[in-house]
Design a protein around this ligand. Structure first.
Ligand code: FES
Ligand code: FE2
Length: 415
């Protein structure tokens, strides 16, 4: 699809958020050419464990087979199209289609069909297994899948953003996390890319989340230096393939504060990583892996497109495997304060997404501007660029990768 006229280096056109034909093309092209996060290994720890996910609009099942291999199967019966798995997660040896009971092993093979004798002689069960998504790889327990056989290895696709993924997950002393606490799902009326842009947007924080910041400051629970209030303490970085981070340095006293509450755990973290790296681990980071995965605070967040103007957001708060229970409880309480539908933060973001969706009905004014900081950023080499927290350097990087995957060749610009 040629989107050259809709994607300029410093702006994007409203049709990217409103045109069903562009949405269909994203599902057909972008989501099939990128590594898409489908779940965490802790969700399919045991043989037979499965969970449902999506790759764009394509329903899939992440499952650990009898041979212990983790596969991603397309959740679509080869007979006449029903989902073969309707539970969100579970454990089982096979999937039985709810319609005519064709039954598949959990490696995708078709085991049997009822009343088989009425099929012609050349009916071959061996050719009617569930489609296996051809590429499945994981990084630090995060499982990604891709329909494009030729995509680069996941580790190269992630590239230098791995430093921030590692820093986020290394708050777990064992290096492992556990997603067994569940998921909080929400929907908002608007295009999925609004959440993609917003998850690392430091410009809106001081305004959209003003109430939250006010309450927390009065409660003196935390020293808040959000967004434009903390310009000197924060930064954004963009990476090849559209990944990005919005980060704020930890207060130098953060290690001592943590030590006051969890002395043994803190000393063990410090012994493992050194105090300099531990301060990086304690920084506030919103990490974005293109096109629809975030690691924010204490959660893994998946942005799931539903239609051109509807999006589902799944937030999976996670536990630090092996950490003191009190630390995990504290993290869950912090998560609950801001992120779920009852929290202080997320509903405000969804309110502005609806305001944008309605505003974009204005055909007289087609462009969304993404040029903050376009004149002034640091080039750190290897495709890594750095700007201030309120710049739009990350959104520009996202749309550069977006254009590449959508087959739109001529998008220029610095990031
Ligand atoms: S659609 Fe699955 S058995 Fe008929
Ligand atoms: Fe926000």
């Amino acid at each position: 699809m040629n989107l050259d006229e809709l994607l300029l280096p410093d702006r994007v056109h409203r049709r990217l958020y409103t045109d069903p034909a562009i949405y269909d093309e994203e599902m057909r092209t972008l989501f099939r050419r990128a590594w898409i996060y489908v779940g965490h290994e802790s969700e399919v720890r045991h043989v037979g464990d499965y969970k449902r996910a999506k790759i764009g609009s394509e329903p899939v099942i992440l499952v650990r087979g009898e041979d212990e291999a983790v596969r991603v199967l397309v959740n679509r019966c080869l007979h006449r199209g029903a989902l073969v798995c309707r539970e969100e997660k579970g454990n089982g040896k096979f999937f039985r289609c709810p319609y005519h009971a064709w039954t598949y092993r959990n490696n995708g093979e078709l085991m049997g069909v009822p009343k088989r004798s009425r099929y012609p002689r050349d009916f071959d069960l061996g050719r009617l297994g569930l489609v296996n998504v051809p590429r499945v790889e994981s990084y630090r327990g995060l499982v990604f899948a891709c329909f494009d056989d030729d995509i680069e290895p996941l580790i190269d696709y992630l590239g230098p953003v791995r430093n921030y993924v590692d820093a986020t997950l290394d708050f777990s002393l064992s290096g492992e996390i556990d997603l067994s606490v569940g998921v909080s799902r929400h929907r908002y009326p608007g295009n999925w890319k609004l959440q993609m842009e917003n998850g690392v947007d430091g410009y809106h924080t001081a305004f959209v989340h003003e109430t939250y910041i006010g309450i927390m400051s009065r409660a003196e629970e935390v020293e808040l230096k959000f967004g434009s209030h903390g310009e000197d303490q924060g930064w954004t970085e963009t990476f090849p393939r559209g990944h990005a981070v919005l980060a704020r340095r930890a207060d130098p006293r953060a290690i001592d504060v943590l030590r006051g509450q969890f002395p043994e755990y803190t000393s063990a973290l410090e012994a493992k990583h050194g105090s300099e790296r531990l301060l990086e681990i304690l920084a506030h980071m919103n990490v974005f892996v293109f096109p629809n995965l975030f690691l924010i605070g204490h959660q893994i967040r998946v942005v799931q497109p539903v239609s051109v103007a509807e999006t589902e957001v799944m937030m999976y708060p996670y536990l630090l495997a092996g950490a003191p229970e009190a630390l995990n409880l504290k993290r869950m309480a912090e998560h609950e304060g801001f992120y779920p539908p009852t929290g202080f933060g997320t509903p405000d973001d969804y309110e502005v997404f609806s305001a944008v969706t309605e505003g974009l009905q204005a055909m007289s004014t087609p462009w969304l501007l993404l040029n903050r900081g376009a004149h002034d950023y640091q080039d750190l080499g290897d495709g890594v660029r750095r700007g201030t927290p309120t710049d739009e350097i990350h959104q520009r990087a996202m749309y550069t990768e977006y254009a590449r995957l959508m087959g739109s060749g001529s998008r220029g610009g610095e990031a």
